[in-house]
Write a protein that binds this ligand. Structure first.
Ligand SMILES: *Cc1c(COP(=O)(O)O)cnc(C)c1O
Length: 278
């Protein structure tokens, strides 16, 4: 969103998140000016995995005649399968009348090869707003839907193949696996103690956790020393996990190393100097 605004010469107004690290609808409403063209929401946020109150934001967008883009890059493909399993996942897509567009990365929870993503628009007119047309040359109309021009089709062909291979049954199976892994992880965090706690109430398989007892980055450093590749969150300070079926069989091993790392962190005073780098 910030990158697009940079290219398009638009100004991004950010408002602090509200309860549970979700978008603060009242604060967003208060930030709307006559020059506002678009609202933006996450389903879920990358860092803590929480879904913004999309229904309320969709109503807000409708009231003000604004475009609402829902960034469902992480949750767009598998999220509905998690909902179908009975988990409480609120509606976040075009089923809500105020949602104008939704992005969903096939190469994330669609489990396809990197380089394939989709943007869904409410109408053909909305889609046309993003297209670039050029007609002032001898060969006629040049028309592209993306900032990049000609792109390789390999990732799209690979995505088509993977999605057909997995099918609905495959995505249901993956959804069940990652949600069981998450439940297992969250129970394990509570058992370790040391003040470990999940930040917010993530609905899907992305989880951020912190520690009330020790510096979580020191714990992260100890996990790194044990060979784990650790994602860090800056604000609030935490460890970031994006669970996939690959992680399901090693949750116990992870938790055992985490317990050892928490023990070692007890002896360390002062915060770790390590930075969060995406
Ligand atoms: C991956 C992702 C994007 C897209 O970023 P890319 O650099 O194009 O991969 C956008 N939003 C969220 C929340 C993401 O996780």
């Amino acid at each position: 969103m910030s990158k697009a605004a940079h290219y398009l010469g638009m100004k991004v107004l950010r408002v602090p998140v509200g309860d549970g690290f979700r978008a603060d609808v009242a604060a967003m409403a208060a930030a709307i000016t006559p020059r506002t063209v678009m609202l933006y929401a996450s389903a879920p946020t990358y860092s803590l995995g929480v879904i913004d109150p999309i229904t309320e934001l969709a109503n807000l967008a409708r009231t003000h005649g604004l475009w609402l883009h829902v960034d469902a890059c992480v949750g767009g493909i598998l999220g509905p399968f998690v909902r179908a399993l009975g988990h409480p996942v609120p509606e976040f897509g075009l089923a809500l009348p105020g949602v104008t567009s939704v992005s969903a990365d096939l190469h994330k929870s669609g489990y396809t090869a990197k380089g394939a993503s989709v943007v869904l628009f409410r109408t053909a007119e909305h889609q046309a707003a993003g297209r670039y047309d050029f007609d002032d040359w001898p060969t006629g109309l040049y028309s592209v839907n993306t900032f990049t021009g000609t792109r390789p089709g390999g990732a799209i062909a690979a995505a088509w193949a993977v999605m057909n291979f997995l099918g609905e049954a495959g995505y249901r199976r993956i959804a069940a696996t990652v949600m069981e892994a998450k439940a297992h992880l969250v129970e394990g965090l509570a058992r370790i103690g040391g003040g470990l706690h999940v930040w917010g109430e993530p609905e899907l398989w992305a989880v951020g956790f912190g520690s009330a007892g020790h510096d979580i980055f020191t714990i992260a450093d100890r996990m790194t020393a044990r060979g784990w590749s650790v994602g860090r969150i800056r604000e609030p300070r935490g460890i970031h996990l994006m669970l996939t079926p690959v992680h399901a069989p090693i949750i116990d091993e992870y938790l055992a190393d985490l317990a050892r790392s928490v023990n070692e962190a007890r002896a360390v005073t002062g915060p770790s100097p390590t930075r969060a780098v995406y």
